[in-house]
Design a protein around this ligand. Structure first.
Ligand SMILES: Cc1cn([C@H]2C[C@H](O)[C@@H](COP(=O)(O)OP(=O)(O)OP(=O)(O)O)O2)c(=O)[nH]c1=O
Length: 215
C-alpha cells in the first residue's frame, strides 16, 4: 500500500465511515479514529424471505460498504482508503425486529422485549485499499426487566426509540431496562470497537498511532 500525505493526519491512510449514524461516528472517534469522509448508503433494508438475523446483518453491512465504495471510487481524494460499515439487527428467536420509525412499531418491539432475552447482531464490513472485504458479525445477548405500563409509556413518550433497531437505545434511557448483557456493549450501540479495531490493525491500519496524543 502506498501512502499519500493525509492533511488530517500525516501519512496515515484515509479512512471512510460508510454510515449516517451519529452513534457509529462517535464510537469510531472513541477509538481515536477520525474518518476523512462519512458516506451513508441509502439501501432497502428489508430482510429476505427466511433470512437469519445474523445473515441479514452481515449482508447489509457488506451492501453498505459496496455502495459507499462505488461513491468513493469517483473521488480522487478517497483513493486507497480503508472503509468501515456496520448494520445492527435486534432479534427474538428467528424474528427480526424492525428499526422503529413510528410509535406503534416501538411499542410492539418493547412489549416483545419486556422480561425476555433478545439478541443484537451487529455486522461489520471493513474494505481495505487492496480491495479486500473483511466481514464479521458480533452477537450480544441482552435481558430486559419486565416493563410496567408506566415505564413503557414514558419511554415511548421520550422518542428515543426512533430510528433504532428493536425500538430502543441502550446508551440512553433504555439502559435502565437492562438486567444482563453478554457480549459487546459497543456492538449494541452500533459498532463493536474491539472487533473493528482488530480487523483494521490486522489489515495494516495504524490504529494506535492516533492514540499517542489522546488525553
Ligand atoms: C439496539 C440499538 C440500536 N441502535 C441504533 C444503531 C443504528 O444506528 C440503528 C440500527 O440501524 P442501522 O440500519 O444499523 O443503522 P443506521 O440506519 O442508523 O445507520 P447507517 O445504515 O447509515 O449506518 O439502531 C442504538 O443506537 N442503540 C441500541 O441500543
Amino acid at each position: 500500500m502506498s501512502l499519500k500525505p493525509n492533511p488530517a493526519g500525516g501519512w496515515r491512510p484515509r479512512l471512510i465511515l460508510a454510515s449516517g449514524s451519529p452513534r457509529r461516528l462517535a464510537l469510531l472517534q472513541q477509538a481515536g479514529l477520525e474518518p476523512d469522509a462519512v458516506l451513508p448508503a441509502d439501501l432497502d433494508e428489508t430482510p429476505r424471505r427466511g433470512e437469519k438475523p445474523r445473515d441479514h446483518a452481515r449482508r447489509l453491512a457488506r451492501e453498505k460498504a459496496e455502495a459507499a465504495l462505488a461513491v468513493a471510487r469517483g473521488r480522487e481524494e478517497l483513493a486507497e482508503a480503508f472503509l468501515v460499515s456496520a448494520d445492527t439487527v435486534v432479534s427474538v428467536g428467528r424474528r427480526i425486529l424492525p428499526k422503529a420509525e413510528v410509535v406503534d412499531e416501538a411499542a410492539q418491539c418493547l412489549r416483545l422485549l419486556s422480561g425476555r432475552v433478545h439478541r443484537v447482531h451487529t455486522g461489520i464490513c471493513v474494505a481495505t485499499p487492496a480491495g479486500k472485504l473483511r466481514e464479521r458479525v458480533v452477537e450480544t445477548r441482552v435481558r430486559f426487566k419486565n416493563l410496567s405500563r408506566d415505564e413503557l409509556e414514558s419511554y415511548l413518550a421520550s422518542g428515543e426509540w426512533r430510528g433504532k433497531a428493536g425500538g430502543y437505545a441502550i446508551q440512553g434511557l433504555a439502559g435502565c431496562f437492562v438486567v444482563k448483557l453478554v457480549g459487546s456493549y459497543t456492538a449494541v450501540v452500533g459498532l463493536p470497537l474491539q472487533e473493528t479495531v482488530a480487523i483494521l490493525e490486522g489489515e495494516g491500519y495504524p490504529v494506535r498511532l492516533s492514540w499517542l496524543n489522546a488525553v
